[in-house]
Design a protein around this ligand. Structure first.
Ligand SMILES: [Zn+2]
Length: 651
């Protein structure tokens, strides 16, 4: 089919004629059409002014391409048929009109003098471009809703701050109330607000168009007092048009309405609109506090619901006191002044009356073995913890709910990794041990053996200088989830696999033991990939990917090779691999990043993720199909690892 879209009548007629032309001349076949890879028909595009469209056009026997346009703009086509265009868009229903014209070749025309000299292929893609939020007009009093929609259910306690926000007619008076608790919480109109538009700000030029600022956003707050108590309440917002004269003057000076309307506005009785919050609040409710226990070792705790990680990999059985909740999240009190949030499905509630244990830590011992150094903290329960890498030779362990009674730190005489350790109690119930190492951090693990917290420092592999005998996990990103797709349909999963097999070859030649998370098209879950590495005692982990962009970001400006790490102890590996890939591939430098990626979060070994090239660019997709380019990537990665290993002990 050439198109499934709504077209103007003349376009439809034209298409019917076109089909007739093509079929009557015997070109009819399944692939004689333009294929659009992205965006898909009926898709919603989250972009403001321009976005990219990619796909491919077919070869037509006896003809050559004479012009190729998307929405009447010429777009380059790669020799393998792939194209990408960066096209201006408008809000609402937006149609991409893709047109390829072919002229007959001279020789072919001589042999077939009665054939059409030119044929045209057309494809249309209908998308929706959502309109940005707009300021409400000044000529009436309206409330659009909460600006930041409140969580469904919030349990709040003394000292918590309730944040209020309302989107309504600008230049009015707003206030809020919580029935039974407080009558009139003042709110003020803020400066025009930016709309969140993350694509451009993270991956592009960082520009936010002025047209996206919104007026009429009111903010306020209320701090919960010890005497407040209320269950199942809504916040009530109020908006009052008390300065009508000011509004009228604004309208006159902006030529917005005529005199009759202004007369009407001035004579409008003073009104107050009210609006109920989406979420329900519970204040100082007896459900809390309650103790929760972690149910799985992958879980993380965060600084706020859905915000940055406070700590990762809290083992199963760790307990903490939940004191409040918001939507799907519990607020945990880890120590008198330490709070973090856990997702409700990462923990289970313990019966009322049980508290997390308090521990007094008196003796710390270290145990040396061939591959690691274990530091043992005997506690009377499983406490939450946080590990902070301060620099390449310094690491801090924080244990919450633990109080120092430390008289002894016993060093294993056989150990040469740990120089010394210093304990500290920076806050009530926050116990801290800082390790000063003689060598750089390779990796580490944190877990419980009974109620002993074990911090295990993994030693660098033996004979570090070269690849021989090193256990390297190569992870071809994606599988049945295809990842990004190139203009001619090459999937990222397949490109990643082809490259990874070349990387295996390259590393094996140098004596490395390569473990693949997959070596064929079978499906592997994201979280199974680090498990494979752990089960195989990986020394290093490298995940292979190829990049695409979010809607609205210009692919001609933003592309190239990039590398991502999570923990500081993976930085040197990442920098070396990035530098060698830049030398081998000679694509643009798309940057070196700290990135919160699941495959990079494990702590046991240095782990990086490589985005070799951009799938969505025709030239780079074409390169990715060639063995030559795949081998260059493999060589760059191999050399990067070698550089990292060689330098590891030097600094
Ligand atoms: Zn990917």
């Amino acid at each position: 089919m050439l198109s499934k879209n709504i077209l103007k009548n003349n376009q439809l007629l034209f298409l019917c004629l076109l089909i007739v032309i093509i079929y009557s001349n015997g070109f009819a076949s399944d692939n004689i059409e333009i294929e659009i890879i992205y965006p898909k028909d009926t898709q919603t595009i989250s972009a403001v002014d321009s976005t990219f469209i990619l796909g491919n056009i077919p070869d037509v026997n006896g003809y050559h391409l004479s012009s190729f346009n998307i929405n009447e703009r010429p777009v380059n086509v790669h020799e393998d048929g792939g194209f990408i265009g960066f096209i201006p868009i408008t809000q609402g229903i937006f149609i991409f009109y893709v047109e390829a014209k072919y002229q007959i070749d001279k020789d072919y025309f001589k042999k077939n003098p009665n054939i059409e000299k030119e044929i045209t292929l057309i494809k249309t893609i209908q998308t929706t471009v959502p309109s940005p939020i707009k300021s409400l007009p000044l000529d009436s009093l309206r409330i659009k809703g909460e600006y930041k929609i409140s969580a469904e259910n919030r349990y709040l306690t003394t000292g918590d701050r309730v944040l209020l926000s309302l989107h309504g007619t600008p230049k009015c008076k707003a206030f809020a109330s919580i029935p039974g608790v407080v009558d009139s919480i003042p709110m003020s109109e803020s400066n025009p607000q930016f709309q969140p538009y993350w694509g451009e700000s993270v991956f592009g030029a960082g520009a936010v168009p002025d047209s996206m600022k919104i007026q009429g956003i009111y903010f306020g707050f209320y701090d919960i007092k010890a005497t407040d108590s209320m269950s199942d309440a809504k916040i009530i917002y109020h908006l009052k048009n008390e300065n009508k004269e000011f509004l009228a003057w604004q309208l006159i000076s902006n030529n917005v309405i005529d005199r009759a309307d202004i007369y009407q506005l001035l004579n409008m009785p003073e009104t107050t609109l009210t609006f109920e919050s989406f979420g329900t609040i519970f204040i100082n409710d007896s459900f809390f506090p309650v103790t929760v226990e972690f149910t799985d070792s992958i879980q993380t705790i965060r600084y706020q619901p859905r915000k940055g990680y406070f700590s990762i990999f809290q083992p199963k059985g760790v307990k903490a006191l939940a004191i409040a909740s918001e939507g799907d999240w519990y607020k945990l009190q880890l120590a008198p002044n330490q709070y973090a949030w856990a997702n409700k499905n990462s923990v289970r509630l313990l019966p009322k009356g049980i508290l997390p244990s308090k521990s007094y830590l008196s003796v710390i011992r270290t145990f040396n073995s061939q591959n690691n150094l274990k530091i043992q903290f005997p506690l009377s329960g499983k406490h939450p913890f946080k590990i902070i890498e301060i620099n390449r030779k310094e690491i801090k362990i924080q244990l919450y709910g633990v109080i120092s009674d430390t008289d002894w730190i016993r060093y294993d005489p056989g150990d040469e990794l740990l120089d010394y350790a210093v304990w500290n109690q920076p806050e009530p119930e926050v116990y801290e041990l800082t390790l000063y190492l003689k060598d750089n951090i390779w990796g580490y693990d944190s877990y419980y053996e009974g109620n002993n917290f074990i911090f295990q420092l993994n030693k660098a592999p033996k004979d570090i200088e070269d690849l021989d005998g090193k256990r390297i996990v190569i992870d071809p990103g994606h599988s049945s989830d295809k990842g990004s797709v190139g203009p001619t349909g090459l999937t990222e999963a397949d490109a990643n696999l082809a490259i990874s097999l070349k990387v295996r070859e390259e590393l094996t030649k140098k004596g490395a033991i390569v473990i693949m998370t997959r070596d064929d098209k079978r499906h592997v879950n994201l979280y199974d990939r680090p498990s494979i590495a752990k089960a195989n005692s990986a020394d290093l982990f490298i995940s292979i990917h190829n990049n695409a962009l979010p809607d609205g970001v210009n692919p001609f400006v933003n592309n190239g090779t990039s590398v991502y790490y999570y923990h500081p102890h993976s930085i040197e590996l990442g920098r070396n691999v990035h530098a060698e890939l830049m030398k081998e591939l000679k694509l643009d430098n798309y940057g070196f990043y700290h990135g919160n990626l699941a495959v990079n979060r494990p702590t046991q070994y240095p782990a990086i993720l490589v985005e070799c090239a951009f799938m969505i660019l025709p030239e780079q997709e074409a390169l990715l199909k060639t063995e030559k380019f795949q081998k260059k990537i493999a060589k760059g990665i191999r050399k990067g690892i070698e550089e990292f290993l060689e330098d590891f002990e030097d600094d």
